[in-house]
Write a protein that binds this ligand. Sequence first.
Ligand SMILES: [Zn+2]
Length: 359
Amino acid sequence: MITSRSSNSSSSSSSYNNMDLDLKTIHDYQENEKNVAMQLTWLGHAAILLQINSFTILFDPFLSNRASPFGFIGPYRCRERGFKSFSELPQIDFVVISHNHYDHLDKTTIKEIYAERKNSKHTKIICPLGLKKWFVRLDISKEQITECDWWDDIEVSKIEDDIKVDDSNALQEALSLANKKITISAVPCQHFSGRNIFDMGKSLWNGWVVKSQDASYYFAGDTGYRSIPDNCSEEDIEKYPFCPVFQQIGIIHGPFDLASIPIGPVMPVGMMSPIHASANDSVNIHIDCKSNHSVAIHWGTVENLGIDNIEYGPSELHTELKKKNISKEQFHEIIFLKCLVCHPYINQGHWLKNTFRNS
Ligand SMILES: [Zn+2]
């Protein structure tokens, strides 16, 4: 069962400013962990705080003002992030990055995370191939950074502090007994990379899968699904080939209890469709990856990324879901800065049913 702890679900843009992050629910997770399989909080655009099996993971934290090499021009966040300092958040175990575009990899936010004492020597970076040196240049130690190729898996366990890690027998025993364990897997998507004209395509772009014994989550990152030309009629869309990786991800890692799937920007269509998802594409990704419950990200936060209205997303999504006879409880807009709490169905070890409730 999935519920949202919130009383504020308005989607008008003015209501997003001056909202506070639900820090109480984020911190309560540590206490309620036994009854919560995972907890997801949308910090706007693609930034997601995921709490799963005692781990705190931050995806694509663009939490400063401007997604640009320049402070005065370029795409910018039009919604506040709802907290003042990383001292208010739990210690971050992993920062997981999908690719190096400015609206996903933000130097200001990364520096801010590492300036926080509890994170500086603790927080690990997991990033696509080719990005390690970018983090090393920020004085983050190499040991704290792991690069992944598509389909790589990383298994992480929490063990007691007093285990001697240089004693391989003791370490193996501790790892075999550990139940605070997750697997983080890099998966492909259809996108590109580059922060300037000299580094185009020189680092990889990924989606990510995170699994514990109780829950599975898919972060689709920034992706297209199908390239179509400008002025393509609705009837013609399906004549164009689609990216096959989402079905592969569904077969290899699915089904998922929860997925975050991007929507938009979509205009101009010929330019955006190879790299970003329309509402129609997002619903296809939801189906192909075998997600039981999806939430829309990458909309409603950053101005000037495309030429569409940044509110493109929710209502177009509902229209597409209707066409495919999928209930809107299975895929919907998530509430900004509020926690989506996923409860395990303990008796059968999986979900009773996927419901969403604004209470
Ligand atoms: Zn991008």
